[in-house]
Ligand binder design. Structure first.
Ligand SMILES: N[C@@H](CCC(=O)N[C@@H](CS)C(=O)NCC(=O)O)C(=O)O
Length: 126
């Protein structure tokens, strides 16, 4: 079964849990052992020691956006993304924009380009 290292307060982990649920993929959630200061299995899943991290057999994936891409490729049905390229681009922007807003600051690339997040988040996305 797929194993997801997560934390209930992590919006990045919730994003992955929603995707797995939409796909109907059975998964087990596990909290990393943050207290001991050493959780080798978690460190093997994500050397950055951040949640979420997904373990699917021998495959280990970290970073929520990359995990979502993996989930979409691994379990294509039902698709999370629309078929039309323009709609796919908008859908792909949503978690990116949310991640920026969730952190309460502009991402470094946006800062470089001097693009404010309100420009990056279409009205329809709230
Ligand atoms: N870019 C990462 C960010 C993940 C992240 O920041 N996770 C936080 C919890 S919301 C974390 O595990 N922080 C632990 C730490 O910084 O030590 C993703 O999208 O998965």
């Amino acid at each position: 079964m797929v194993l997801l290292y997560e934390h209930p307060l992590s919006p990045y982990a919730q994003k992955v849990k929603i995707a797995l649920a939409e796909k109907g993929v059975a998964f087990e959630c596990r909290l990393p052992d943050f207290m001991s200061g050493r959780d080798d299995a978690f460190a093997a899943a994500n050397p950055r020691l951040e949640v979420p991290a997904l373990v699917d057999g021998d495959t280990r994936v970290f970073d929520s956006t990359i995990i979502l891409e993996y989930i979409e490729d691994r379990w294509p049905t039902p698709p999370l993304l629309p078929a039309a390229p323009a709609e796919r681009a908008v859908a792909a922007t949503l978690p990116f924009a949310r991640d920026i807003r969730g952190r309460g600051h502009r991402c470094s690339r946006a800062r470089e380009l001097n693009v404010h997040q309100s420009v990056m988040i279409p009205e329809a996305m709230g």
